[in-house]
Write a protein that binds this ligand. Structure first.
Ligand code: NAP
Ligand code: HSE
Length: 439
């Protein structure tokens, strides 16, 4: 063999770490043919050295000699201070320990790969500045949309475009839950338990279901797309925790599917962005994305719209993205391209106020079944410039409370809020109103 093997220290050997090791073992010969060198795992950092592992990385065959030297450790310094390790791959998750490990690794002159979107959304600015100062790679393809190469696409393939809009289903767990509720009639908690069992969910699954994980990913993608830093705390975020089967059924009746969406668009130079459950017309490709699959639609001013689709979570899809970063670093190590932009620090985003975000809307009011109610709601909407496209009331005359559903034409979020404020305290409203945006 020609070049010396690239040596990895891996921090974390759970779902993604195991996936990475499996792919490396399975595809080793092909990788050597592409790179001209082997990639060898030397040391794996874990929390609990006594835990039984589901996979043992097999021996590598550097220079044709079988070796079985992969060593487990619980001491980060065994990775950071090992001069033989070229790249540290952080797959632990969490903020503090991961930040410390990555910053120590960069200070020790090692390139880094991470799948940690929470860390890069919260403290990416600091870590990218450090990587830049040290002229090292800090690559993160697996951090957003799992196995789907969206980072590389924004950083390299669409670099000649002004990005106008990106819209996506970016969380495998949430999409799995909504798909199972919609197609197989599962209840929310059973579907979530299955997603956890399949290795899709975060250590804290509230990140998945409350939209936080999608928000982390959207912050990273907005940096790459617009060259601006949209601070996580400024992003409006809502999740799917309270989604009711009733709204999934009504959505289907009107020809929509309910999806957790992350969206950012350039509105005359300002960025309008948010994470929210939305009704998506069933004829749109995004509505057809099921299970742990994710998809991102990117619209550039030259290329027009493109769509990326694939598994957004799981061991092998995510491991595939991690290994592609390792291979990219072997090629890019003298010329790192971490953020896709040459500015030392990305400027703060010019944010469009959330109340100016315009879309169609879905409302489900739970109301007393008596004359005039529908007219009162319609009048309140008209007063705030919301025009109704479709409406239905379900009830057979026997129930005291009935659902009334409206689909509206486009209106700004400010008008929606004003309408809800006006209606919410009237005496015919029997339960909190459900509102979703429509894509
Ligand atoms: P996981 O299955 O929970 O595995 C985490 C691993 O990290 C475990 O091996 C754990 O050690 C180790 N670890 C955690 N904290 C540690 C610490 N302080 N010191 C040493 N080792 C520590 O997690 P995962 O699902 O593989 O996710 C890893 C990262 O990838 C996260 O940032 C996640 O957001 C991201 N990600 C995951 C997916 C996915 O589909 N799962 C997809 C994309 C991105 P023990 O085994 O000893 O407990
Ligand atoms: N928990 C995440 C998801 C993992 O379900 O999408 C992939 O980032």
């Amino acid at each position: 063999m020609g070049k010396k093997a690239t040596v990895l220290g891996i921090a974390g050997f759970g779902t993604v770490g195991t996936g990475l090791a499996r792919i490396l073992d399975e595809n080793r010969e092909r990788i050597i043919q592409r790179m001209g060198c082997d990639i060898r795992i030397k040391t794996i950092l874990v929390r609990d050295l006594t835990k039984t592992r589901t996979y043992t990385p097999t021996s590598t065959t550097t220079s044709g000699t079988p070796e079985n030297t992969v060593r487990f450790t619980a001491t980060p310094a065994d990775l950071v201070n090992d001069p033989e390790i070229d790249i540290i791959v952080e797959l632990m998750g969490g903020i503090e320990a991961a930040y410390d490990l990555i910053s120590l690794a960069l200070k020790a002159g090692k390139h880094v790969v991470t799948a940690n979107k929470a860390l890069l959304a919260e403290r990416g600015q600091e870590l990218f500045a450090l990587a830049r100062e040290k002229n090292l790679c800090l690559y993160y393809e697996a951090s957003s949309v799992g196995g789907v190469p969206v980072i590389q696409t924004l950083k390299e393939s669409l670099a000649s475009n002004r990005i106008l809009k990106l819209t996506g289903i970016m969380n495998g767990t949430a999409n799995y839950i909504l798909s199972e509720m919609s197609s197989n009639g599962l209840d929310f908690s059973t579907a979530l338990a299955q997603a956890q069992e399949l290795g899709y969910a975060e250590a804290d699954p509230s990140f998945d279901i409350d939209g936080v994980d999608t928000a982390h990913k959207l912050v990273l993608l907005m940096r790459l797309a617009f060259g601006q830093h949209y601070a996580l705390e400024d992003l409006p975020v809502s999740g799917i925790r309270n989604v009711a089967k009733e709204d999934i059924s009504f959505a289907r009746e009107f020809g929509y599917r309910l999806k957790l969406i992350g969206q950012a668009r350039d509105v005359d130079g300002a960025i309008e962005a948010g994470v929210f459950p939305a009704l998506v017309k069933y004829t749109f490709l995004l509505a057809r994305v099921g299970g742990n699959y994710n998809a991102v639609r990117i619209e550039g001013n030259a290329v027009g719209p493109i769509m990326l689709h694939g598994q957004g979570a799981g061991d092998l899809p995510t491991g595939s993205a991690v290994l592609s970063d390792v291979m990219a670093i072997i090629k890019d190590k003298d010329r790192p391209n971490n953020t896709g932009w040459t500015m030392p620090e990305l400027p703060p985003a010019n944010i469009l106020p959330p109340e100016q975000a315009v879309s169609q809307h879905y409302f489900r009011f739970s109301v007393a079944d008596r004359p005039g109610v529908m007219g009162t709601i319609a009048s309140a909407m008209a007063e705030h410039d919301i025009s109704i496209a479709q409406a239905i009331q379900k009830g057979n005359g026997d129930q005291e409370v009935v659902p009334v559903v409206f689909i509206t034409h486009e209106a700004p979020m400010g008008s929606v809020k004003a309408t809800l404020d006006a209606i919410e305290h009237t005496d015919f409203i029997a339960a909190p109103t459900v509102h979703y945006r429509i894509l």
